[in-house]
Ligand binder design. Sequence first.
Ligand code: SAM
Length: 276
Amino acid sequence: MLYLVGTPIGNMQDLSSRAIEILSHVELVACEDTRRTGLLLSHFGISAKLMSYHEHNKAAAGSKLISRLKEGAEIALVSDAGMPSISDPGEDLVKACIEEGIDVTTVPGPVAGISALVLSGMDTRHYYFEGFLPVESKERKIRIDVVSKMPSTTILYEAPHRLLRTLSDLSEAGNGNRKASAARELTKKFEQVVRGTIDELISHFEEVPPKGEFVLVLEGAVGKEEKRVLTSEERQNRIIYLENSGMSTKEIAKTLALEWGESKKALYDEVLKMIK
Ligand code: SAM
């Protein structure tokens, strides 16, 4: 059995009691950095056998792990922080286990992206996880185009020394007025969430240089797109729908101003003309 075990993203106390139990009883803990995981385990008095499994040795180390798992070994996989397999090694090993008929389970723990999403105050019903943008320019442009059109709340990971460049690239791609939040050092002493438009975040981080680990959350880009394609019939239908739901002209204008990003006064006149 392979256990995918979530570990803290900053605050040691976020290691669950089930994670402690599993990490204490498995035969082997596969981890990105044996020193780092060793420190975490010793903090909880766990002495486990560690094996290194990271981006650069995952093919060879993965085969060894699969052989042990096939012999019936109980093995835990952890990453340096958060959930393994989320912008961290793990998915190849899970795929191999599935192919080999080896049981895989999870001991869930913190994920930086989800923690930043719930703190962003943005739509959490539909969200999209991009993770790190590629550094190489052609690939990067393709992903920025995807993010620029993404209708769902979008989550990005970024290193502090690249944060301003990423914000500027997003702004240049037409996202300057898009709402965003930058969550920094989550669960740690200097946790902070900076909210504003992308251009406002640029001004902020030009004054206060980014330090620590960051997650960027962007509001979905759908509003702009929908506004452009709404036909007059669709506009009318929406107004009639809101009127039938019992709203006053003023309430309809206020709702649509928020929904369509248009002037409340102009919408008030439009609604009044239509329902007369
Ligand atoms: N597996 C991890 C997870 O479940 O979130 C992500 C690992 S990824 C290699 C590391 C990135 O996650 C960092 O560069 C940063 O963008 C984000 N991150 C990790 N810990 C964080 C924290 N405490 N606060 C803000 N962002 C964090």
